[in-house]
Unconditional design. Structure first.
Length: 172
């Protein structure tokens, strides 16, 4: 999806959202957490977000039940981000739905492109994981710390590296 991230409306919306994120980061009280969660398209029960959470819009984020987001998470939500039940998001994780043109002449036009990210149920993203636009991570998957996820991830699998590659299937 192509969008104009420098339109007056989107700049104003980002400023409002960034201020709520800053307030939450300075004081992760229940009141500031509720203000942050109110931005989201959906937010299930027992969602816990540590301080240092940043997003651009909020309204494109859907969190299911019992999601844990550790400190310093960054969600660039030009596209939709959905996170399923019982997911663990490690510290310093980045979910990046936004991309820009690779051709220099096209980049001068300042267009942004967004592709959704879907994280299914019971996924664990280790510390420092980066998930790139358009990725789906299957139920039960684990992404090792520091990995960069550029393609879809099979369910019940361990992925690691840059770019993240399947290490092995996970069994109960």
């Amino acid at each position: 999806m192509k969008f104009n991230s420098i339109s007056k409306e989107l700049i104003a919306q980002r400023k409002r959202t960034h201020e709520i994120c800053r307030q939450f980061s300075r004081s992760p009280s229940h009141g500031n957490l509720r203000r942050l969660q109110a931005l989201f398209a959906a937010c299930g029960n027992d969602v816990f977000i540590e301080q240092g959470f940043y997003c651009d819009y909020g309204e494109r984020i859907s969190l299911a039940e019992r999601v844990y987001i550790n400190m310093n998470a960054t969600f660039l939500d030009g596209g939709h981000i959905s996170i399923g039940d019982d997911c663990l998001i490690g510290p310093n994780v980045q979910l990046l739905t936004v991309n820009h043109a690779t051709r220099p002449s096209e980049r001068l036009k300042k267009a942004s492109y967004a592709e959704d990210i879907c994280i299914e149920k019971n996924v664990w993203l280790g510390g420092g994981v980066i998930v790139l636009p358009g990725v789906t991570i299957g139920t039960g998957a684990v992404i090792a710390a520091g990995s960069v996820v550029a393609g879809n991830v099979d369910k019940n699998s361990l992925y690691a590296g840059n770019p993240a590659k399947k290490i092995r299937a996970l069994k109960d």
